[in-house]
Design a protein around this ligand. Structure first.
Ligand code: BGC
Length: 922
């Protein structure tokens, strides 16, 4: 709301300034680029947002430093641009804002295609040319845009069960043949399912997405996919087909049997909308005229258990016209449910993102060949193997191998994670499963044609995750630190599978909120996950209970529940996304949820102490009695997170302009903080709890729960706990992300480097020394000395400890936002530990930011890039008496860089956009 108000005000302001874009020759030759709408979408179709925002980047140029004005024009036809924008013309706006400008024209409707262009004025008042025309096309925004019916085959009378007693719902193949009697101008397929689907038109898979529509709270909202399908269609005869598998809706999900025994049959819905060249429109949609069968080749599919494919049941041409579907039976067609929203998907679906080839093969048991892909990954195998007719091929997966080279699968718990292929002829098959995914590094094959000697090329790993790109890069002179960076990235790839999951391999793969909140900042540095997070936050809002509590998994399949440190994903993630992107919409969308969570804490707290349920400092090492929840008591964690959630809600209120609520939250936060100090810290700064934990102290200092004076007494306690552990961490999921924050805040970066570079248990490098290629659930999920940790909780792909990635970008390399969204950037590297150099890049909404330092004989070299339309504060470590060169010239001669302050150990500079090389020397 506030942004709407602001944009109105800006328009009024614009009216009084001179017209800088009308009829004047542009005086800059480069146009703005990278035009995106809302959370970074480039020319989307089937777009979800009919109140979009616009963002662009200024061109990279020596002379263009910043923007002082812009004009956006929006039209329903590209030919109307730029002069006759019929939807919205922002007019000439005096503003340095080049991101998240809200559309302010008439309401946009389903299917509408919208074109837009932008131009800007630079710091000297020069106008740019118009950008290229960008566009977006809205999807079906409302449930009543759908004429189609939900279709499925009638439920089986009796379901088969797997050998472990899991019920089998056979995938359905559904089809319809139809004729098109004209030349096609445009065709869109809108489609979704309860379950997972693959759509085919005339024998060809539509799009490249997999496991669509992904996972939302299906009883409230199901996301729809939209595809451009003109090229799939013919004038004349056509056919459309859908394969519908169990997925998250109908399949076994959750570790508790009661969460999956009575699952309904999956259903699908689709609408193929055609516009002919002569303007005529036609719609083909799912209805009672479709036919289906359960006797297709995919006879079983399950997220946890894998897929069974019987090639004898292949139905050649089943989604082509002319296929004889004599044995197929009519589907049941059902009307829309009024209370379930069908809306366009808010972020890009999962798809194949890369491939891994096998590095080694071994045969630990006769006839069982193990392929090592060299990297723990998530996705499916692509198999090209020799087979014998009707001899079942078994494909098993594992993250690790046992000592004897056999597959270690006990940590998958009840997930069978096994695919089977039944060949219909001798020869070489090429096959990939469709409706399952596995977390694995190793693939074991048995049942293939043993007369052929196995080749590495038989198995390729297809890496699948939500379709985002890298947004950052980090590298250093230290191999293990680089490996850690790689492991963090693989942890993200493996667990951003439509929703943020705890792990991708065992019988969980759930949207654990605690894991999500601790990884959010690191994830944003590494990947372009703005839309991924805001999309999941919508599910979090939908799953909030009436009393304001947030469940510990979203989508919630575990009933009403609450855990402090987990529920706070509802406050932490919106704030982190806002702070790191500058997009206020995430706060607007989530503010009510944040407030309600605070309300929940308030209702449970007694004298501001929140003794609420929590999983605790999960998997803290050396916990008493091996308690998974660690030694920090619930009421301390509950009260600390209560204060933290109030603090973030207070900050959101401030950004959104709710000043009264801001004041109220501030008062509440201060009361909770005081209560925390009174309850948990004695007059000497010592924890009053039974166990003095690093995490207890970290929360007190990291969430500012004690007065500044008291912090000076608490700090030595924390240091002594760390020293006592020979400078090792003793923290679990909640404490670990606070280590760097707190030690850095108090100038103890050397100690943080010591902890980070420890090679012994528990530490980040310890797991790397034991062979980790991803982040592990436990610091010692495996060790060469003791073997595997407790298989009950032993995932080798759990991203929580990857939270350290934030510090690697922010302080080892030195890039962080000073203002939300990097309008002002802080470059403040802290060279330390054994590092000789470190560098990072981050692709912000304004362009590439980079910071890289290197120790040289004369001192330190620091290379920095600051994108246009931002400014940076650069803090350079430099001792008294040393001088600083900028691009090999004396600092005093610089116009783009000025000194703000200098003390004994550093110099603070203010820099405008550009690339700089700083050198310190005696
Ligand atoms: C999950 C965790 C999660 C935890 C709750 C586990 O089973 O894998 O990552 O946060 O339960 O403590």
């Amino acid at each position: 709301m506030i942004t709407k108000l602001r944009s109105k005000t800006l328009l009024v302001l614009a009216a009084v300034i001179i017209c800088f874009s009308c009829g004047r020759d542009s005086s800059i030759s480069e146009a703005p680029g990278s035009l995106v709408v809302s959370e970074g979408f480039e020319n989307p179709i089937g777009f979800y947002d009919n109140e979009p925002s616009f963002s662009w980047k200024l061109p990279d140029s020596e002379t263009i430093k910043s923007q002082t004005g812009y004009r956006i024009v929006v039209a329903g036809n590209s030919k109307l641009l730029p002069k006759k924008a019929d939807l919205w013309d922002s007019g000439d706006v005096s503003s340095d804002q080049s991101a998240w400008i809200e559309y302010d024209g008439p309401p946009l409707i389903s299917r509408q295609k919208v074109y837009w262009q932008v131009m800007f004025v630079d710091q000297d008042g020069n106008s740019s040319p118009w950008s290229q025309v960008a566009s977006f096309e809205l999807g079906l925004l409302k449930t009543d845009d759908w004429k189609a019916k939900w279709i499925s085959l009638a439920a089986e009378e009796k379901r088969d069960t797997t050998e472990k007693g899991h019920s089998i719902i056979r995938p359905q193949y559904l089809r319809k043949a139809f004729e098109l009697d004209g030349d096609i101008e445009q065709a869109r397929l809108y489609v979704t399912s309860r379950g997972v689907f693959e759509a085919q038109i005339n024998g060809q898979k539509v799009g490249h997405d997999v496991m669509t529509p992904g996972w939302t709270p299906y009883d409230k909202r199901i996301e729809t996919l939209s595809y451009e399908v003109k090229d799939y269609l013919n004038k004349g005869e056509n056919a459309i087909g859908l394969i519908v598998g169990d997925g998250w809706f109908s399949g076994r999900i959750g570790y508790n049997r009661k969460h999956w025994i009575h699952k309904p049959v999956p259903t699908a819905i689709c609408q193929l909308e055609i516009i002919y060249k002569n303007g005529k429109k036609e719609t083909i949609h799912s209805d009672s005229e479709w036919f289906g069968t359960r006797k297709g080749p995919i006879s079983f599919s399950s997220i946890y258990d894998g897929e069974v494919y019987d090639a004898n049941l292949e139905m050649k041409g089943w989604s082509n016209p002319g296929f004889e579907a004599d044995t197929w039976i009519p589907v049941e067609a059902k009307d829309m449910d009024a209370d379930i929203n069908l809306v366009p998907k808010r972020h890009l679906a999962v798809k194949e993102k890369s491939r891994l080839t096998a590095l080694n093969i071994s045969e630990p048991e006769p006839g069982r060949i193990v392929f090592d892909l060299g990297q723990n990954m998530v996705g499916i195998p692509d198999l090209k193997i020799p087979v014998i007719k009707n001899q079942k091929v078994t494909i098993r997966f594992a993250e690790m191998l046992e000592q004897d080279g056999k597959m270690y699968t006990v940590n998958y718990r009840s997930a069978m994670s096994t695919d089977y292929y039944i060949p219909s002829a001798d020869g070489v098959i090429s096959w990939q499963p469709k409706f399952t995914f596995h977390g694995f590094r190793y693939v074991e094959l048995s049942g293939f044609d043993e007369s052929v000697s196995p080749q590495k090329e038989w198995v390729t790993g297809i890496v699948q995750y939500s379709d985002f790109e890298k947004s950052g890069y980090f590298s250093s002179s230290h191999d293990k630190l680089n490996k850690l960076q790689s492991n963090i990235n693989w942890g993200l790839k493996g667990n951003f599978f439509d929703i943020p999951t705890d792990c991708p391999q065992r019988d969980e793969r759930l949207g654990w909120t605690g894991d999500a909140q601790v990884i959010a900042p690191s994830s944003i540095f590494n990947c372009d996950v703005h839309a991924f997070w805001t999309s999941w936050l919508q599910s979090v809002r939908e799953e909030q209970q009436e009393d304001g509590s947030i469940p510990f998994v979203v989508p919630n399949i575990l009933g009403k529940n609450f855990s402090s440190g987990w529920a706070d994903a509802a406050t932490v993630i919106p704030w982190e996304i806002y702070f790191r992107t500058g997009d206020k919409k995430v706060l607007e969308e989530n503010y009510e949820m944040m407030k309600s969570l605070v309300g929940y804490y308030k209702s449970k707290a007694v004298n501001h102490i929140a003794n609420v349920n929590t999983f605790g400092d999960w998997l803290q090492p050396y916990a008493k009695n091996n308690r998974n929840g660690g030694d920090t008591p619930n009421d301390l964690i509950g009260t600390a997170y209560y204060a933290r959630s109030v603090d973030l809600t207070m900050k959101a209120a401030e950004v959104l302009g709710y000043s009264k609520e801001y004041t109220e939250f501030k008062a509440l936060r201060d009361s909770v903080r005081r209560a925390f100090e009174m309850e948990f810290i004695d007059s000497q700064g010592k924890l009053t709890t039974e166990n003095e934990t690093q995490t207890g102290y970290l929360m007190a200092l990291g969430f500012d729960l004690v007065s500044q004076e008291m912090a000076q007494k608490v700090l030595p306690r924390l240091i002594s706990k760390i020293n006592e552990a020979d400078n090792h961490l003793r923290t679990g999921f909640l404490g670990t992300p606070l280590l760097a924050t707190v030690l850095d805040k108090y100038g103890l970066t050397d100690l943080m480097y010591t902890i980070l570079f420890k090679e012994t248990y528990p530490s980040w490098f310890y797991s790397i020394n034991q062979g980790a290629t991803t982040m592990w659930e436990r610091w010692n999920s495996y060790s060469h000395e003791d073997g595997f940790g407790d298989a009950g909780m032993n995932s080798f792909n759990h991203y929580a400890y990857g939270a350290i990635g934030q510090w690697m970008y922010e302080r080892i390399a030195g890039i962080s936002p000073l203002d939300p969204g990097y309008k002002r950037i802080l470059i403040a590297p802290v060279p330390g530990g054994p590092l000789k150099f470190a560098e990072a890049e981050y692709n912000s909404i304004y362009g590439k930011i980079s910071s890289g330092w290197r120790k040289v004989d004369t001192g330190l070299e620091l290379k920095v890039t600051i994108p246009p339309n931002t400014t940076a504060q650069i803090i350079i470590p430099i001792k008294k008496g040393m001088k600083l060169l900028v691009d090999n010239a004396d600092l005093v001669n610089q116009t783009e860089v000025s000194v703000v302050m200098r003390d004994e150990t550093s110099m603070v500079l203010e820099a405008s956009p550009g690339s700089y090389l700083f050198k310190t020397m005696l």
